[in-house]
Design a protein around this ligand. Structure first.
Ligand SMILES: *Cc1c(COP(=O)(O)O)cnc(C)c1O
Length: 395
């Protein structure tokens, strides 16, 4: 059972079918004038309309990119470079995706100043803190919509309203929320918004940046002037077509999926917290994505738990695909003010919009058994009393 949909998703059959003709027949360069090129251009236009419709934008406001990371880079560096004469201060949160965080670290080497706002125990930014951080030098606020590790949702519409009042540009990374909760650029009061195709059952290597009409940005990739000169390079037509289809499907099924995901999510949360002693939920209980759960189990290593669960047929993660090789504590969990030992025992379960998961009891049993096995070997969990208490509960 694949339970790591925040890392990536399977490409759906409908998306694959939509893409295929753009490899085989409509392979033309969309910038050319003859028919095979025009066919490709038509596919591109249709996809742009579909992406725009899905977030309540105008097609002219959609720039196709190579994915969520490029969209984040383009939004942040593009605005920083454009506005560097006006100010050098950027506001963000402590729990951004590396595509935002590392981009900001890079800008710090170019003399930009960055404020990293805390997220407290519940993993949510306070609008008051954003307000307090604004200076006359502030040119951009970038705060993610939904967190990829712990699933918490940020008060984007309120922050956007504040940014607008202060005439500061506002970017949000909506890679995790798009297709799971309503993402409407008007309601969210955003100027720039990042999307990625492979998190919503589209192909990898495609994404989009929404840039509100009138917002000027410096391009990062120069060349033939595709994508209104903002992102040169021959478009990845089949990928973009697939992304467009994936957006359409995600939006058509939004409400139905939401209800189904929340039900399964809540059942998993309740049953695991009930079955496993000293287990906790990371991030706010309610202000969270319908498909993301992040647990913390005391006295164990998340990586070992992942392997035991995999052997039992459940593929989940510790939370962040990007730091899973370094064994460093996750900065997102650290930002929740957890003890150092506690940040290591995390497990992220992320459900998919198109896969139905109803074997909750099997999963709960597998987690309970695996945690018990690891604690038996854990020097941190070495009191006999604790062990007996736990085994008593598992009868
Ligand atoms: C996956 C992800 C990204 C990166 O998207 P890619 O298309 O893989 O580059 C950016 N932000 C968030 C929140 C993500 O989950």
């Amino acid at each position: 059972m694949y339970l790591d949909n925040s890392a990536t998703t399977a490409v759906s059959e409908e998306v694959l079918n939509e893409m295929e003709p753009y490899f085989r027949e409509a392979y033309g360069n969309p910038s050319t004038l003859y028919s095979v090129g025009r066919e490709a251009k038509k596919g591109l236009d249709k996809a742009r309309q579909r992406v725009a419709d899905a977030i309540n934008a105008d097609p002219k406001e959609i720039i196709f990119t190579s994915g969520g990371s490029e969209s984040d880079n383009l939004a942040i560096k593009g605005i920083a470079l454009k506005l560097k004469g006006k100010g050098n201060h950027i506001i963000t949160s402590e729990i951004e995706h590396p595509a935002v965080k590392e981009t900001l670290h890079f800008l710090e080497t170019l003399d930009f100043k960055v404020t990293y706002l805390p997220v407290y125990e519940n993993g949510i930014v306070k609008v008051e803190d954003v307000k307090d951080a604004i200076t006359p030098e502030t040119i951009l606020i970038t705060i993610m919509h939904g967190n990829n590790e712990i699933g918490t949702l940020q008060p984007i519409a309120e922050i956007g309203k504040l940014a607008r009042e202060r005439k500061i540009l506002f970017h949000t990374d909506a890679v995790q929320t798009f297709g799971k909760v309503k993402v409407d650029v008007e309601e969210l009061n955003v100027d720039l918004l990042s999307l990625s195709s492979h998190k919503v059952h589209g192909p990898k290597g495609v994404g989009a940046l929404y840039i509100k009409k009138g917002v000027r940005i410096t391009p990062l990739i120069h060349g033939g002037g595709q994508e209104r000169g903002i992102r040169s390079g021959t478009e990845n037509v089949p990928g973009i077509v697939g992304f467009g289809k994936a957006c359409e499907i995600a939006n058509n099924n939004l409400e139905e999926n939401y209800a189904r995901l929340v039900k399964t999510r809540d059942e998993i949360i309740e049953k695991v917290l009930d079955a496993v002693p000293e287990s906790y939920l990371n991030g706010d209980r309610n202000e969270r994505l319908p498909n993301v759960i992040n647990f913390r189990f005391s006295s164990i290593e998340g990586e070992s738990l992942i392997l035991l669960l995999d052997a039992k047929g459940y593929q989940a993660s510790t939370g962040s695909a990007c730091s899973s090789k370094t064994l460093e504590a996750s900065p997102v969990l650290k930002a929740l003010n957890l003890d150092d030992v506690d940040v290591h025992g995390s497990l992220r379960i992320s459900l998919g919009s198109q896969t139905h998961f109803d074997d909750v009891d099997g999963l709960v049993e597998a987690i309970k058994e695996s945690v018990a096995t690891l604690r038996k070997m854990s020097p941190l969990w070495n009191s006999d009393e604790k062990y007996e208490e736990m085994m008593g509960q598992s009868k």
